[in-house]
Design a protein around this ligand. Structure first.
Ligand SMILES: Nc1ncnc2c1ncn2[C@@H]1O[C@H](COP(=O)(O)OP(=O)(O)OP(=O)(O)O)[C@@H](O)[C@H]1O
Length: 247
């Protein structure tokens, strides 16, 4: 049966996502729509399925069942190579650990998506330097990753996730490996950068501040939206809007 296309106003959309890692169920049916330029916080306790959801939405993982749509095109039916290309050109990814290539300088790490896309080194360096400036680590452009603090390195990772003008950025607990104060600052910088450039963001985070900064939030429990939980356990965003979701 042909899949029905998702609503036009959602840049990212999933329908009834199910996924298991071996015998462990990670997602038990998650349907969600994210509008262009929206910031969505995904919350939930350890093991609730946040990482698996972000990996399915970003095309890293093909769900066992269900659909993922980006820009009205199906992601779940793409080949591995097509999904890799989509990730490289239209998405940005920020993991928990600030993973940088140790043999490259900070600016080269930040410029990687542009260099891989065949941009000239000169232009890639200029654009990467602009992003490092915006993220308050411009002075560290020539630094080796080993000389950076974890918070500085994560800012370089954020620059790398945004440097190629992605449509959607996914961040999986981007501040969990950072000291609390620095983590909150990095999160605020990330959200501000997405907002000022109209980038849609899906942020998994345990920080209450993430929910406050986001437009909407989705709480997961055992791989399912926690819509049935009491209001106090299901926090909505600053706008007061809860996420459009169904199971
Ligand atoms: N590679 C894997 N192999 C086996 N089980 C896995 C794997 N990855 C995740 N799981 C299990 O799937 C469930 C969902 O995990 P997931 O990492 O998506 O949740 P999470 O909310 O991101 O958790 P955390 O906050 O700890 O990162 C958990 O029960 C987890 O143990």
């Amino acid at each position: 049966m042909a899949a029905t296309t998702p609503p036009d106003n959602d840049i990212l959309f999933s329908r009834s996502l199910h996924h298991a890692h071996g015998a462990t169920r990670a997602l038990g049916g998650v349907s969600i729509g994210v509008g262009e330029g929206e910031i969505l916080a995904v919350t939930g306790p350890r093991g609730s399925g946040k990482t698996t959801l972000l990996r399915c939405l970003s095309g890293q993982l093909r769900p066992d069942e269900g659909e993922v749509w980006f820009n009205s095109g199906p992601v779940h039916t793409l080949s591995t190579a097509q999904r890799e290309r989509l990730r490289l050109t239209r998405f940005g990814w920020i993991g928990t650990e600030p993973a940088l290539l140790p043999e490259l300088k900070a600016w080269e790490n930040a410029a990687l998506p542009l260099l891989l896309a065949g941009e000239s080194r000169r232009r890639a360096r200029r654009v990467a330097a602009e992003w490092l400036d915006r993220l308050d680590v411009g002075a560290l452009a020539k630094a080796a990753p080993r000389s950076l603090t974890r918070a500085q390195a994560q800012r370089v990772v954020i620059a790398r996730a945004l440097v190629h003008g992605p449509a959607v950025v996914f961040a999986d607990e981007p501040t969990a490996a950072l000291p609390a104060t620095e983590g909150a600052q990095v999160l605020r910088t990330l959200v501000a950068a997405c907002r000022s450039h109209g980038v849609t963001a899906v942020l998994a985070s345990h920080l209450a501040e993430c929910v406050e900064l986001a437009d909407r939030s989705l709480a997961l429990v055992d791989g399912r939206p926690a819509a049935a939980l009491p209001a106090a356990a299901y926090v909505t965003g600053a706008s007061g809007a809860s996420c459009s979701l169904s199971v």
